[in-house]
Structures are given as C-alpha cells and as structure tokens.
Design a protein around this ligand. Structure first.
Ligand code: BG6
Length: 466
C-alpha cells in the first residue's frame, strides 16, 4: 500500500440500503481493522432516511465483524470505526442535505463517493454533488467516484448514463465496480494461466473443446423482485460478472500488469465475441417466480439462461463459451469448466480403451479451488484407466488463510488508484453490444421463458464430454 495517503473522506451514498450495510461498511471496517486505511480516514453515510447518529451506528454495527483481529480487541476497533463515522440525511436531487454534509467533510482531504444506489439516481446525484462544491480536485487531492452495476439496461441507456457522469467526472475518476473481479479466485485466473507455463501452449481451440461458466443460486429473488423483474438474469449477472470471466479465460497474455494493458486485452476478446443469436439461448423462469409481490403476474422475465458465445478469433473459433446462469436452482455455486479435447489417435485406443478427455475446473465459490481431472492407471495387473481429481482446494492448500471479501480488495484498489479490476468505458460499451440486440428481440417478441421447478437443476449443460 502506498504511504503517501493524506486525509481521506469516504462518503457512502445510499448508506441505509442493503448493499451499504451488508457489504460496503463491513469491507471498510475490515480494511480499517487491519490498519490498511490512512490514519485520518473518516466515513460518512448519506441517505434519505432520517436517522440520528446513534441510530445510524446501531444499523451498521451488527455487520462489522472482526475476521482479521483477535476477539479481545474487536470491540475497540468497532468503537474507533464508529467514532470516525458520521451520518447525514438529505435528498439526492437537491443540494440542501449535501451542503450540510459538505460542512462536515474534511477540508483538503482526498474523497471517495461510493454510490450504493440504483443507477437512475447517479446523474441527478452527481449534479447535486457538483453543485454543492464537493468535487473540487487539484494536483494535491483527488476525488473518485465508485458506481455499481447495472450500468444501464442496454447500449443506449448505458451511453446516456456515461455521458451524464462524464459531465462531472473524468473517466480517470470513475471506478465501475463489478464485485466478481474482486473475488479471490477470479483474481487467480490470470495467475493460473500466466504463472504456470504448462497451460500456455494448451490454451486454445486445438486442445480445448468447450468452456462452460456455470453460475447457480439456490435462492430466488428474495425481496429484490422489483429490481430483478426490470432487469432479468442476463442483465443481472451475465452481461457483467460472467462475461468478465469469459474475458479472463480467453484473453491473450498482457505484456505487463498495467491496468490499461490488461483491459485492452479483455476488450479485444469482447470485440471478437459475436452478437448473441436467439437460437443460442435457452431462457427459463422458476415456478412461483410471479408469486413475489413485486413481480407482475404475467412477467416474462427470465431467471435462468443458457447462452452460447462464439469468439471469432484464431485462438477460439469453434470453441463454444457457454454461460449457464440461474436463480432458484438446487445449488449455490460458480465455477468455470475447461473441457479439453479427447486426444486423437491416442495409443491406448488401440486397446479399445481410449482415455477420457481432461477437464480443468476453476471453482470460484463456494470452496474456492482448482481441480484437474487427470487420467490415471488403476492399480492392478490390467491396463485400466480412471479419472482422478488433482485437487487444489484453497481450504486444504492455504489452511487458515482468510479469503478477503471482494469489496475489501476493490475498495483498497480505489484508495490506491489501481484500476485493473474496474470496468473501463469501452469494455462496458462492447459488453452491451454483445447482448443489446438479443435483449431487444426477446422483449419485442415477448419470448416466453420455459418453466423449471424451483430447486431443480434447470436446463442441461452444453459442454459434454466426448
Ligand atoms: C449481484 C446480483 O450482482 O450478484 C445478484 O445482482 C446476485 O442477483 C449477486 O445474487 C451474487 O453475488 P455473490 O457474490 O453472492 O455471488
């Protein structure tokens, strides 16, 4: 961590909402309790709710857990964190509340505005923040803004949102957060690919047959029906989190770890992904989805999707990248399966005993780890094979090491001005270009998703072993 950090004010807008309470403040606390924040850091909550300082602190306190500090010192850290926290209420479309916030902010401190709010509010809020004079940055101090997905509903609305934001902030100041990029195993994809020589020559269509990104949740929309029904599973997790995983698997090795070089490589993949065809999609909706009070009775919003992406470049042509994502399924899990081709003309096939193809599984969550199915001789006098799992489970490999929450890692990057794990404007545009036409087609033609039973497996996977 850089040592030249001066005073820092972190303002969480939408401070009484679920995201702020369950993710942002706990992540800030985790960094604070490890001594990773500047000594004079202060935390500000801003929202519409009328809350006293005590009520605000009582709201955030239950989620502040001491994962990094011994139990006996936990209370002290919580107390110190709360002493530096201040709440201010006000409207997002007026400067009254923000003026009052301004009077409490530290003069000449670096500032982060974290918008833990729906994107529709960003443009008016940014204007109000600017009018309240909170954006002044100069050579000695910076102002950064963190925004949460969904960044629009399609290419046009995303462009509009961006142009509004760019009226007040420069691209350099904007941190578009995709919390999947902060997950430990997602950060490990580049390490796996580029720190291990053995994968480099095999990482292309000659050896890989299919890549599947499997994302499942065993819960439904759980109180977020209003939001979810407006967006659907493609906009909720596919166009962002899971597409980012595709870019990390398919990108060329960058020449350096520079944020822009990495994002250029990812962007190149996005540009090579063909626009999604309706024939390459299976849409599903779990039974009883429309029982949610916020979901219209006749909703056609998909809660499940199986989509095949085609990457039109020399490395990946003919290798389907299949994203399978669903809520209300029978497991909570996210993994990337890399299915290798069956070795052609393998000598063991002469014995009518062809070995199965290898498979590499990157388990993002839960039980982070890497598994490689390797073909082995079964001990004994006969020549028989079996696939066995070379298992790098994080729990057994790294013992008690604490796996940081994605938001901890990303917030620290915002403070340090590291942008590699944030979405650049052109990446966002390219991601929308892949999905906008098919989303429009689905909505204009009122395509009905197939029903699947809540808690079931959903629809079949496409990456099949040969
Ligand atoms: C969010 C989606 O971005 O990611 C949610 O809006 C989803 O629908 C969540 O549940 C999953 O995040 P995680 O970190 O629990 O896998």
């Amino acid at each position: 961590m850089k040592k030249d950090l001066k005073n820092l004010d972190i303002v969480v807008l939408g401070a009484s909402g679920n995201l702020a309470q369950t993710k942002i403040f706990p992540a800030l606390f985790a960094l604070f309790s490890q001594g990773l924040l500047p000594e004079k850091v202060k935390f500000y909550g801003f929202a519409r709710s009328q809350l006293s300082q005590t009520e605000f602190k009582e709201q955030i306190m239950p989620n502040l857990t001491c994962r990094y500090t011994p139990d006996h010192s936990c209370g002290d850290f919580v107390e110190k964190f709360l002493e530096r926290s201040y709440y201010c209420n006000g409207k997002y479309d007026s400067i009254d509340g923000l003026n009052s916030l301004a009077s409490h902010l530290t003069k000449d401190a670096n500032r982060i505005f974290y918008m833990a709010l729906p994107p529709e509010i960003f443009p008016m809020l940014t204007k109000s923040i600017a009018m309240a004079g909170l954006l002044g940055s100069d050579a000695d101090k910076w102002v950064r803004v963190v925004i949460e997905k969904p960044f629009g509903r399609d290419r046009a609305s995303s462009d509009e949102l961006n142009s509004e934001l760019l009226k007040e902030f420069s691209e350099k100041q904007i941190y578009r957060i995709d919390h999947y990029l902060g997950k430990e195993m997602v950060q490990n994809i580049m390490v796996l690919r580029f720190a291990n020589q053995i994968f480099k020559p095999l990482w292309n269509s000659k050896y890989i047959k299919c890549v599947e990104i499997d994302w499942q949740e065993n819960i439904g929309v759980e109180g977020r029906g209003g939001y979810f029904d407006n967006y659907g599973i493609i906009r909720d997790v596919v166009q962002n989190h899971l597409l980012q995983l595709v870019t990390l698997v398919a990108m060329d090795e960058p020449e350096s770890l520079d944020a822009d070089v990495i994002r250029d490589r990812k962007l190149a993949v996005l540009h090579d992904i063909e626009i999604v065809n309706i024939e390459d999609l299976i849409l599903g909706q779990y039974t009883n989805y429309t029982d949610d009070p916020m979901v219209p009775d006749k909703s056609l919003t998909p809660t499940f999707v199986n989509v095949k992406l085609k990457i039109d470049n020399a490395e990946w042509r003919d290798v389907p990248f299949v994203i399978r994502a669903g809520k209300g399924l029978n497991a909570k899990k996210n993994e990337i399966r890399i299915l290798f081709r069956k070795p052609e003309g393998n000598i063991f096939c002469q014995l009518d005993n062809c070995p199965p193809a290898n498979e590499l599984i990157i388990r993002i969550q839960p039980d982070e780890g890497i598994h490689f199915n390797i073909v082995s001789k079964v001990p004994g006098l006969k020549m028989q094979f079996q696939e066995k799992d070379l298992d790098l489970s994080y729990k057994s490999a790294f013992g008690d090491a604490i796996i940081p929450e994605a938001y901890e890692s990303l917030l620290l990057d915002v403070i340090n001005g590291e942008k590699a794990l944030f979405i650049r404007n052109d990446e966002l545009e390219a991601a929308w270009d892949i999905f906008t036409p098919v989303l429009r087609y689905i909505e204009e033609n009122k395509i009905k998703p197939e029903n699947y039973v809540f808690g079931s497996k959903g629809f079949d996977r496409i990456c099949k072993k040969e």
